[in-house]
Structure formats: C-alpha cells, structure tokens
Design a binder for this molecule. Structure first.
Ligand SMILES: *Cc1c(COP(=O)(O)O)cnc(C)c1O
Length: 400
C-alpha cells in the first residue's frame, strides 16, 4: 500500500528527527547559560555563515524581510527613493522596499530562468527614467522618484544573471541588493571575474531568510544579511538592535530585529549539513529530468542557465491546465504548490502603484502555468516516478 501513500510537498520532519540529539543538547546548553538574544551562539553562526557564503560579514536578523529592509537602509536607500525589482517574487521583497521608505518599481523576468531580465532593467533606466544632471542618477518618469537600488531575486534557488545586472547598476550608480532568501548555497559563474561565486557575495549585500521551509531553516523565524562592506555591516548591526552600538547609546532610531541565540544554535547545527542537502536537491532535480524524459511538449521542466548552479529550493514545472493538474495530483495523493499565483503588480495591496494587466507579460503568463512539485533532499526515486507518471497521465489525457 506504500503506492497510495501521500507524497508531501515538503518534509520538515526527517531532518529534525535526524538531528534531534544534537538540537536538544544545544537547547539544553542555551537554557543553562540563559543567553537568549545575541551572544556567542549568534556570533558563531554569523562567522560560519559568512564563510559559507564566501563573504567577510554576516549579520543575523529576525527574518528575511528585515534582512532586505536593513540591507536597503544601510546601503543608503532613502525615504522617497524608487527601488527596481521583479513582480515574480514573494511579497516580502517589496514589503521591505516600502518599509525602507522607498517605492518598488517592477521590471519583467527572463522567460526561461524566471529571474530579473537585465535587458528589461536597461530598458527601464534608459527609456522610463530621465537623468538627474546634479547627481547623475536616474529619476523614474512614472513616480518622479530617484532610483537608488536594484533587488534581483534568486527565485527557486536559481541565481539571477548578476554580471549583467551589476554592469548596468554600476553605469547608473545603483546599489545591488540580492534577495537570496531562496538561494542558500547557490552559485553563479561570473565571467567578469572568471570564477564561480556564492549567492550572498554577488552584490553590495544580500538578504537570506531562515524561515523553516527554506533550504536552511530555523525552528521559527530568522534571517541574515551578508556583505563584504564593513560600514554596511556596522550599520545593520545597529539597525537590528535599536540603533545602538553601545548599550543605551542610540545613534539612530533602530528596530527590534535581532536573531535569537537558540535559532542561531539550530542554524549552526543545520549549516553543517546544508551543502549535502543542496547536493541531494540537485540529485532530486536530475532524477526528475530523467523520469520525465519520455518527454512531452505539454510540460516545461525547470531551466538551469549556464551561469548558475541552482539549489532547487523549489522544483517548478510549467503546463497548461495547471489548476486541473493540481486537483488531479491531489486526488493521487501528491501535494503541490504555486509560487506565486498572482504577480505582485496585480495584488490588491499594490493597486496604488498604478500597474495593470499586460504590464509584465512574462510574469503574467508563467503565473498561470507554474506548479511546484514535491522537492526536498530525501524525496526518493519511487516517489518521483509516481509524481512524473501522474503528471504525464494527466497531460496526455488532457491532450486527447
Ligand atoms: C521567504 C522569502 C522572503 C522573506 O523571508 P521571511 O524570513 O519570511 O521574512 C523574502 N524574499 C523571498 C524571495 C522569499 O522567498
């Protein structure tokens, strides 16, 4: 009867069972030291995650959303600025932009990679902006605001084309902040530097989320910023801790945005396994490619651009009749998701931005066709065969 057993979308239990002894021991140590916020556990994790991302600094914060917000603020994004990002992402990206006092302006994504299309950024800056003679900075015609930063999102664990984005950003004096919340350990081949680099080291700073379902997840809320910029690291340390570098000496008004010591301890324990878990995700992705190999034009498998080594936070296929496919898979006991069904520019929350249907055709067309299939390191080949054959059954029946 294993045949009819449910296939979960995500298995968050197995990794915790495997690490239970270690995690409980760490928790006991925390209880006995009663050091719950900041302290050696947080510093230890920050050191290790910085090293994992091949950067000098990591600043632990309370969520990925805060990580994006603090990175933007520390990079000098000001109230009244405009920040360029994509409509095909989780709303946290744009919430953080708004919380930093800026307004998000969208550019469309690449049809295959689903990440920010550098040519669309170039077009936006050349055609939809004027140059401020005094500052040399672009000013958006639509909002009248100066554009100060770009936030590419490494969606599904696949990095954006960062060389091209960095090159355009340099030309227009924009700061690049990576949203790496889905891309812990992903790599990018920089032709400019002729080397592979880690997500988190590809812009001025990067934001990570350790929400439980991410490739590296806490047992609660957590996030981090990575950067090589010492001044930015200092500013973010202040912002996360009520604007103080020394207790009760507040240089600015900050936030309560720190990383818990227990979460840091959990993350430290799990970080030791992240490279292995990512490798297993890549194996799962390769096996999906094999079990789907009978091929069908009705199903588009994920594309991995030559510039990236993706870490498959999600495994997203594209097909017509997506909603019927999901119901069929649910009947077959297979859980799926949609990341994300409504592009941000069409969300009710962003009515005020003045976008409409047709503004970002690539994002809009994929939003109707994407389905996220089960993906986690311990997904096995039998389960994957069941998923693939259910999908193929559905599409071949739907074609007739
Ligand atoms: C998860 C996620 C975030 C936000 O992270 P939280 O820790 O939930 O605040 C931001 N951006 C993207 C692309 C994400 O997937």
């Amino acid at each position: 009867m294993t045949d009819t057993k449910k296939i979960m979308f995500l298995d968050l239990v197995t990794q915790h069972v495997q690490l239970e002894e270690e995690l409980v021991e760490m928790f006991r140590t925390s209880l006995r030291s009663a050091s719950f916020v900041g302290g050696p556990m947080v510093e230890g994790f920050e050191r290790e995650f910085a090293s994992f991302c091949e950067v000098k600094y990591c600043i632990g914060v309370s969520s990925g959303t805060d990580a994006v917000r603090f990175a933007l603020m520390a990079a000098g994004v000001r109230v009244g600025d405009s920040v360029v990002t994509v409509p095909h992402t989780f709303i946290a990206t744009t919430e953080a932009i708004s919380q930093a006092g800026a307004v998000p302006e969208f550019v469309d994504i690449d049809e295959q990679a689903y990440t920010m299309d550098p040519e669309k950024v170039r077009y936006f800056l050349e055609k939809d902006c004027t140059l401020d003679n005094a500052t040399g900075r672009p000013v958006s015609r639509k909002t009248g605001r100066p554009v100060s930063a770009v936030v590419p999102v490494h969606i599904y664990g696949h990095t954006a084309d960062m060389d091209a984005i960095n090159e355009i950003a340099e030309k227009y004096k924009l700061t690049v902040i990576e949203d790496a919340c889905q891309a812990h350990g992903a790599e990018y081949f920089s032709q400019r530097e002729n080397t592979w680099k880690k997500a988190g080291s590809l812009g001025r700073a990067a934001a990570f989320s350790f929400y439980p379902g991410k490739n590296l997840g806490a047992c609660g809320e957590a996030g981090a910023v990575t950067t090589n910029d010492e001044k930015m690291a200092q500013t973010i340390r202040m912002l996360r801790d009520h604007g103080q570098a020394k207790k009760y000496y507040h240089s600015v008004e900050g936030y309560n945005g720190r990383l818990d010591a227990i979460q840091a301890g959990i993350l430290r324990t799990k970080l030791a396994h992240l490279a292995d878990w990512n490798e297993k995700r890549r194996e799962v992705a390769n096996r999906y490619r094999e079990v789907f190999a009978t091929g069908s034009e009705e199903v588009t498998l994920p594309y991995e651009a030559p510039w990236t080594r993706a870490v498959y936070h999600l495994y997203v296929i594209r097909t017509k009749n997506r909603d019927q496919l999901r119901s069929y898979l649910a009947e077959m006991g297979i859980d799926t998701g949609i990341h994300y069904p409504i592009p941000l520019h069409l969300q009710e929350a962003y009515k005020g931005l003045g976008y409409g249907n047709g503004d970002f055709p690539v994002t809009e067309s994929i939003a109707k066709e994407i389905v996220s299939l089960p993906m986690f390191p311990t997904l096995n080949v039998e389960q994957q065969r069941r998923v693939a054959s259910a999908v193929m059954n559905f599409v071949s029946a739907a074609v007739v």
